[in-house]
Design a protein around this ligand. Structure first.
Ligand code: FPP
Length: 246
């Protein structure tokens, strides 16, 4: 039997895959452990998917690691997630460099604790010349925050006479978003059986294929990722047109 990876059509891979990594808490609770234990094991899945995407030559992988709303979780969990982030970035930067992966972050940078921001910036700088996969971590990110922020900056530029109101269109608006230098995702995966977008890339997901799986994030492995890609390759993307026009 041909492996799932071998069944993938290389020319039809998405350029950008976005992922809502969900189910760490439930995974840990099922095992009678603390939610933090689930997040720690979630790092293995992050590694797997990043490696799979890099190996396949996918250009962009965007992971929803911490939402604006996640700040209201118990302080213990927030602190643990922040330190997990710092330790993971420290330990993985070498691997990112070896695999030509460029690290990028989107979200409210000033909302992050200074030590976290510093680590992220160091890793972003170290990997900035890499030309393979761009791995974007959405941190203290929410799509409504991003859209409101873009609207404010556009208003500022109109006020300053830098652009005219008539010039504002989809393309111009996109340039004010945190994803200004990336293509929109062709595929969005959410784990753990939840069927929601949860304030993630609302603008960018306009025509994205959505894929939901019951697998809890800490259990997510390369084979699960290949399955999602195969499902994507079986779909017909019409962008509002009819089949015959594609
Ligand atoms: C959602 O599960 C997961 C998160 C809020 C955090 C994601 C973080 C990681 C995978 C680890 C660190 C990441 C990186 C990039 C190093 P949940 O807690 O909402 O699970 P639940 O819905 O079962 O409660």
């Amino acid at each position: 039997m041909e492996s799932l990876k071998d069944q993938l059509i290389r020319e039809k891979l998405p350029r950008h895959v976005a992922v809502i990594m969900d189910g760490n808490g439930r995974w840990a609770q099922k095992k009678g452990n603390s939610r933090i234990f689930g997040h720690q094991h979630g790092v293995t899945a992050v590694r797997e998917v990043t490696e799979a995407a890099a190996e396949l030559g996918i250009g962009y992988l965007t992971l929803y690691a911490f939402s604006t709303e996640n700040w209201s979780r118990p302080k213990r969990e927030v602190d643990a997630l922040m330190s997990l982030l710092v330790s993971t970035i420290s330990s993985e930067t070498k691997t990112l460099l070896k695999n030509n992966v460029k690290l990028n972050t989107i979200g409210c940078r000033e909302c992050l604790p200074p030590n976290v921001l510093k680590k992220l910036e160091d890793a972003e700088n170290k990997t900035s010349q890499n030309t393979g996969l761009t791995l974007t971590l959405a941190l203290s990110y929410s799509s409504r925050w991003e859209i409101v922020d873009a609207a404010k900056r556009i208003a500022g530029d109109v006020k300053a006479g830098k652009i005219n109101i008539d010039e504002i269109n989809d393309e111009v608006f996109s340039k004010y978003l945190t994803t200004y230098d990336m293509p929109d995702p062709e595929l969005m995966i959410r784990t753990s059986g939840e069927l929601r977008i949860s304030n993630f890339l609302l603008w960018q997901l306009a025509y994205t294929e959505l894929y939901f799986t019951e697998v809890l994030w800490p259990d997510y492995r390369k084979e699960d990722f290949y399955e999602a890609l195969l499902d994507y390759q079986r779909r017909e993307r019409r962008f509002g047109k009819i089949s015959q026009q594609i």
